[in-house]
Ligand binder design. Structure first.
Ligand SMILES: Cc1cc2nc3c(=O)[nH]c(=O)nc-3n(C[C@H](O)[C@H](O)[C@H](O)COP(=O)(O)OP(=O)(O)OC[C@H]3O[C@@H](n4cnc5c(N)ncnc54)[C@H](O)[C@@H]3O)c2cc1C
Length: 426
């Protein structure tokens, strides 16, 4: 176009004025009272909110950050037989509930329809026995297991290191997107009438005459006859001012998301002990003396290589005692990376896309805590799921809702009772 050419008339971009929102379309104001306030928008809090709202209760869920901000949005998203008859009913119901959610919801939670299969890698003669014990424990849950010699292992997984002696195949392990699952549960709760409020940090649980009266947050007080404490590893901090010394500790785990050039593996490749670690109790309490001298429990560092349908691979398998806000043990992610390359040498060339950590809420005996706090009427504790909060979340929520609404529970609540775990400080 010449310099003197008339400038073509250009229509100015249309600036569309925002439509006035009708009264009903405005964001609802936060309730100042509810039958039940649920603290925490992780998988446990969201699942409980959905169950309670489904039973007709007026529910308000308060989350300090975003839905799935904690471990619920930062984990492997695996569900598998928990190797424990006590938690098995919670696991089976959770799996069924997630299947229904996957079939009916708007959000894709990417739940596998069939097990991907684990292979416990055996790298030395000494590891055979431990791997077999772990595999046989799965067999008691009706899962097919098979010993693989070196040739069979290489046939199943051609990219593993030639140094590996073999492995144990476990026909289990369903992947899902844990962040999507948690959000789907929150949306389901909202559809059933619960109010979900994010970026609301509960500062205190209000207790009057040994009875819950509600909670206080920056927005003001919220009155409630019942409060469900599902704040993951932060639950103990909220329980303390209410006079409850809840022994829930934090165990951090690191994950690397990597992008390999080609296919890495078809199965979930794990070091021996990983399955057990998921259901183990927390690393235990740490004294000031030990802390001062740097004598913290050693990190558990195993290995889990998890292929995903989109070609990415998730690598993890660690557990470190966690006390601080800023993530401790970032060197653990490097150790995991080295272990992954030793098991599957081609991973050395994969691009690291993201590295993050999450903190598991650990109980003292490795079982979830799902029950009324004995010293404070109306306070229900729902935490301590350790490395199994996703796989036990749906069933835990059903049991919690049944106990809260006085409905006969689908499984015995006794092993999960809060009394076993905490002492009152008042
Ligand atoms: C690396 C890693 C891998 C894992 N892999 C698996 C797996 O494969 N399968 C499995 O089943 N489990 C796995 N887990 C464990 C699982 O992630 C946890 O058990 C589960 O997410 C715990 O859920 P939660 O709702 O109790 O806690 P969280 O997810 O921690 O949720 C608690 C929520 O409470 C909120 N909160 C805290 N304080 C307040 C407050 N004062 N006011 C309001 N809100 C508050 C937090 O912001 C957080 O969102 C893994 C965990 C990690 C770290």
């Amino acid at each position: 176009m010449g310099i003197d050419a008339p400038v073509e008339h250009q229509e100015s971009p249309k600036i569309v004025a925002p439509r006035r929102l009708s009264q009903s379309a405005t964001l609802p104001r936060m309730r100042s009272s509810a039958d039940v306030v649920v603290i925490g928008g992780g998988v446990i809090g969201c699942a409980i909110a959905a169950e309670l709202a489904g039973s007709g209760a007026e529910v308000l869920l308060l989350e300090a950050r975003e839905i799935a901000h904690g471990a619920s949005g930062r984990n492997h998203g695996l569900i598998f037989y928990p190797q424990n008859p006590i938690t098995d009913p919670l696991y089976r119901l959770s799996h069924q509930m997630y299947g229904e959610l996957a079939a009916g919801g708007d959000l894709d939670i990417s739940l596998d329809e069939a097990p991907v299969g684990f292979i416990i890698l055996v790298g030395s003669e000494r590891q055979w026995e431990a791997a077999e014990i772990e595999a046989r424990a799965c067999e008691t849950g009706g899962i097919r297991v098979e010993r693989l010699d070196q040739e069979q292992l290489r046939e199943a997984e051609p990219n593993v290191s030639p140094d590996l002696l073999g492995g144990w195949y476990i026909e289990d392990g369903y992947r899902l997107d844990p962040r999507a699952l948690t959000l789907a549960l929150a949306l389901s709760a909202r559809d059933k009438g619960a109010q979900i409020q994010t970026h609301v940090d509960v500062k205190q649980i209000v207790v009057r005459d040994a009875r819950v009266a509600g909670v206080v947050c920056d927005e003001g007080p919220v009155l409630a006859g019942n409060v469900v404490l599902a704040a993951g590893p932060w639950s103990a901090k909220l329980a303390r001012p209410a006079g409850i010394d809840l022994p829930v500790s934090g165990a951090r785990g690191w994950l690397l998301l990597v992008s390999p050039k080609g296919m890495v593996c078809d199965h979930l490749l794990e070091s021996s002990g990983w399955h057990l670690m998921a259901g183990d109790p927390g690393p235990g309490e740490v004294t000031v003396g030990a802390y001062g001298n740097g004598r913290l429990p050693a990190p558990d560092i195993g290995l889990l290589i998890q292929p995903s349908a989109n070609g990415h691979v998730l690598v993890g398998g660690s557990r470190i005692p966690s006390f601080r806000q800023d993530p401790e043990g970032s060197e653990v992610a490097q150790i995991i990376a080295r272990k992954a390359v030793a098991a599957v040498p081609s991973l050395a060339g994969a691009q690291v896309r993201e590295v993050w950590s999450g903190v598991r809420p650990m109980s003292r005996d490795g079982l979830p805590i799902l029950g009324w706090a004995p010293a404070v009427e109306g306070l229900f504790i729902a935490t301590g799921h350790g490395g199994q909060g996703v796989m036990l979340g749906g069933g835990s929520a059903r049991l919690a809702a049944e106990l809260i609404t006085g409905t006969p529970p689908f499984t015995s609540p006794a092993p999960f009772a809060a009394e076993r775990e905490f002492s009152s400080t008042s």
